[in-house]
Design a protein around this ligand. Structure first.
Ligand code: F3S
Length: 391
């Protein structure tokens, strides 16, 4: 792979061990995918920061980087951690887990990563521009910035996103190349879906049918930004999909060739997703969790308005960013919700938090992505339904 003088210096260790290690990760990755060169990036989003997911080995890896003195060269944000960094005791997380989690976040902070753990950084100021090259890792954020914004990123792993943040570069391959962004299959939606739940089901269905590639979606008359986010998250969990186009809605849809193969989707088809992801055979739910991906301020306020009218019968978690939570706190809304047994959690989510440790056996979810990973990573049973039916 061709490297500039600056990149060679990093690789040769002239700037120290940390930069050398980061550049080596990217060169190996580039060699695997046949990249000819590196390209500069404008931002990075780093996943794999929950102690539940990365354990002691991951903690050590990040602390080694931080101890080497490296600093990020571009804006870098972090994905959700295993707990709310302030209110972890309210979640029932153990002290030992909390201490390790805080060490992970502190290591990333020392490297210069913005300490707002969230999978929707685009909702609070970290919004790449159309055509910009970035290196993001969280699959739901990757598919959002590629599809809805038209920025360019591959689906990075945690270490490669961190290496990209430290060097300010990423290998030029995959979705950074315009021709690789062309769609393979058209999915025609023959009904008018509404709300994040139905869009999440559609996304999951497309991912199930396609597994990998780029779908071109037609038949949608409109979609909100939140619905597009939820559709992408579903698609990225059932298939390894990192980009979709929606006719007349997403920014690149007009400039790509239309695929020849077409699959039609009827509303009834979504039953297949519900059958697959619903694993609970009881109506007793320990916890209903919203916010996969993290909800924005508008969505949390909508839930707040709903709960004021009809308080929930079950314990509820709402997962969001610390930016949203601090606004709610300043207005006294988090306290009001807590009195209704609704906990607003920042920095974390129902998938990366140690739910089994905190005694959850059955969980109610309105997100196919959360249902998918709860089923595959835990023994917790899932009740998947539209939010209003869960509470
Ligand atoms: Fe975000 Fe956690 Fe879902 S990281 S996309 S809320 S699994």
């Amino acid at each position: 792979m061709y490297l500039t003088k600056e990149e060679e210096k990093m690789l040769d260790g002239e700037y120290g061990e940390g930069y050398e290690k980061a550049m080596r990760i990217l060169v190996v990755l580039g060699d695997i995918y046949g990249a000819e060169r590196m390209i500069p990036i404008s931002s990075s989003q780093i996943s794999g920061i929950s102690y539940k997911s990365i354990g002691d080995a991951g903690l050590e890896f990040l602390e080694d980087f931080a101890n080497s003195g490296v600093k990020v060269k571009v804006t870098a944000t972090m994905n959700p951690a295993g707990m709310d960094l302030e209110d972890w005791q309210k979640m029932g997380v153990s002290k030992e887990f909390a201490e390790k989690q805080i060490r992970i976040v502190n290591a990333l902070k020392r490297i210069g990563v913005v300490p707002i753990p969230s999978c929707t950084p685009y909702f609070h100021g970290f919004y790449p521009r159309f055509g910009e090259h970035v290196a993001w890792a969280e699959s739901s954020a990757v598919i959002f910035v590629n599809s809805v914004i038209g920025a360019r990123t591959n689906r990075e792993g945690g270490p490669s996103a961190l290496a990209a943040a430290i060097t300010g570069r990423t290998p030029y391959y995959g979705l950074h190349i315009p021709e690789n962004r062309y769609p393979n299959v058209e999915f025609k939606i023959n009904f008018e879906p509404r709300g994040r739940y139905e869009f999440s089901l559609i996304g999951y269905y497309i991912g199930m049918k396609m597994r990998k590639g780029i779908p071109f979606i037609t038949g949608l008359k409109s979609a909100t930004i939140e619905e597009l986010r939820s559709m992408g998250a579903g698609m990225a969990s059932s298939g390894s999909i990192a980009l979709y186009h929606v006719e007349k809605i997403t920014p690149e849809a007009n400039n790509v060739p239309r695929p020849k193969e077409r699959i039609e989707i009827e509303k009834n088809d979504l039953e297949e997703v519900i059958q697959k992801l619903n694993t609970s055979d009881t109506d007793i739910i320990d916890l209903v969790a919203f916010g996969c991906p993290h909800l924005n301020l508008k969505e949390v306020l909508d839930l707040y308005a709903y709960f004021k009218e009809s308080p929930p019968k079950t314990k509820v978690w709402i997962c969001t960013s610390s930016v949203v939570k601090s606004y709610l706190k300043s207005k006294g809304i988090t306290d009001e919700l807590e009195k209704m047994n609704v906990l607003v959690l920042a920095d974390t989510c129902m998938v990366v938090a140690p739910l089994e440790q905190v005694g959850v056996h059955t969980i109610g979810l309105d997100s196919t992505k959360a249902a998918h990973y709860t089923n595959s990573l835990t023994n917790i049973k899932v009740k998947l339904a539209e939010g209003g039916k869960l509470i």
